[in-house]
Design a protein around this ligand. Structure first.
Ligand code: NAP
Length: 343
């Protein structure tokens, strides 16, 4: 019989680390697959989406704000302090005392899972099989980006490019400016409407001549005097050295390109849950989000497999909601393990 872990946690964003903190404090000795940096765009990083965020001003407990990477380093340190173990290339926990030392490069990613029988099997990218009585999936969802080099550069440097207006829109750099939102769905309308609280004007740049957003949301955008929709338009470049100055916008009907001066770009073209490795193992919805068996719990279609964070939440997608779900998943796993006689 292989060595069987009580709990494996897959993912290292707010949901994964919070689950680890609670599970470690409940003596479940959790083992975390934190993931490994992937190439941009659609970056997946250990630490999740917050690793792409500069200033986090809406996470409670940080009245002066905190950078996304620092916040995730604090989560990780707290999880390790209570005995969480992390799967790395050399099998050891990294030294997490210095958040800037690049230790995340040594993390092993999870390559595949087998939830068809218990104990569950989780295989790392180097082919090592791990077994566990229970698993928490907390792999998150990545914001989709347009895929432009300058978009990514300015998103990483805090140069006024973001994929979350609720997270970043209230920052002083955007106040009183003309801003742009790319996308035509409910999120784009929601972000544009939110930004009108701070901005002088918000352009919605949409690639077609009709919004995808629901009628009520579409009407909200059309009726807001601060929102101007640029139809049939795509962004072909983001201009600016240290901070965004303008967008190069192409009219897809005429082919004409022009520069639109803006002080911020918010990309709202959907999210992709990081769940492709789970296909056939646990029930996913049509968009790939893990289905909750009970909306008030963290249970999935597989008994003993729990889920937390953005990979099961296409709506709220906030660090604090993900952390809350991580707590629920750890408590659910602990109770389920106790019922199974695993303490
Ligand atoms: P979405 O509905 O998939 O919309 C994505 C939008 O981005 C579409 O307009 C799409 O254009 C555009 N797009 C996709 N790829 C693009 C690209 N490469 N370049 C330019 N544009 C691109 O995603 P979402 O708005 O994030 O919404 C996700 C789900 O959450 C939806 O079910 C939505 O109803 C729900 N939601 C609801 C609310 C609410 O009710 N308050 C708020 C937010 C989200 P096309 O239209 O041409 O495909």
């Amino acid at each position: 019989m292989p060595n069987v872990e009580k709990l494996i946690i897959i993912g290292s964003g707010p949901a994964g680390w919070t689950a680890a903190i609670y599970a470690a404090r409940a003596n479940l000795n959790p083992l975390v697959f934190a993931g490994r940096p992937k190439s941009v765009p659609s970056t997946i990083l250990p630490g999740g989406q917050l690793m792409l965020t500069t200033e986090v001003e809406n996470y409670p407990g940080f009245p002066e704000g905190v950078t996304g990477p620092k916040l995730m380093a604090y989560f990780e340190q707290q999880a390790v302090r209570f005995g969480t173990r992390i799967v790395t290339d050399d099998g050891l926990n990294p030294d997490v005392s210095n958040p800037d030392d690049g230790h995340s490069a040594k993390y092993q990613d999870c390559a595949s899972v087998d939830f068809s029988r218990r104990p569950f099997k989780v295989v790392s990218e180097d082919g090592t099989a791990y077994h566990a009585h229970s698993v928490i999936i907390a792999t998150g969802a990545t914001a989709n980006w347009i895929g432009l080099e300058n978009e990514q550069r300015l998103a990483r440097s805090g140069g006024g490019v973001s994929a979350c207006a609720v997270c970043d829109g209230a920052m002083p750099i955007f106040r009183g400016k003309e801003l742009a939102v790319v996308g035509g769905g409910d999120s784009a309308v929601e972000e544009a409407t939110y930004l009108t609280k701070f901005a002088r004007k918000v352009y919605m740049i949409h690639r077609r001549d009709a919004l995808r957003a629901s009628k009520i949301m579409a009407d909200r955008a059309r009726n807001n005097p601060k929102i101007e929709i640029k139809w049939n338009s795509v962004v072909t470049d983001v201009l600016g050295d240290d901070s965004i100055k303008a967008l190069r916008v192409k009219d897809v009907v005429t082919g004409a390109e022009s520069d639109l001066p803006v002080g911020g770009l918010f990309v709202a073209i959907g999210h992709t849950p990081a769940t492709s490795f789970l296909k056939g193992q646990v029930e996913l919805d049509a968009k790939g989000y893990v289905k909750l068996k009970d909306p008030y719990r963290s249970t999935t279609s597989v008994e003993g497999v729990f889920v937390a964070g953005d990979c099961a939440d296409s709506l709220y997608r906030q660090a604090v909601t993900a952390a809350g779900m991580g707590c629920k998943a750890a408590l659910d796993a602990e109770r389920w393990l106790a019922d199974q006689g695993v303490h």
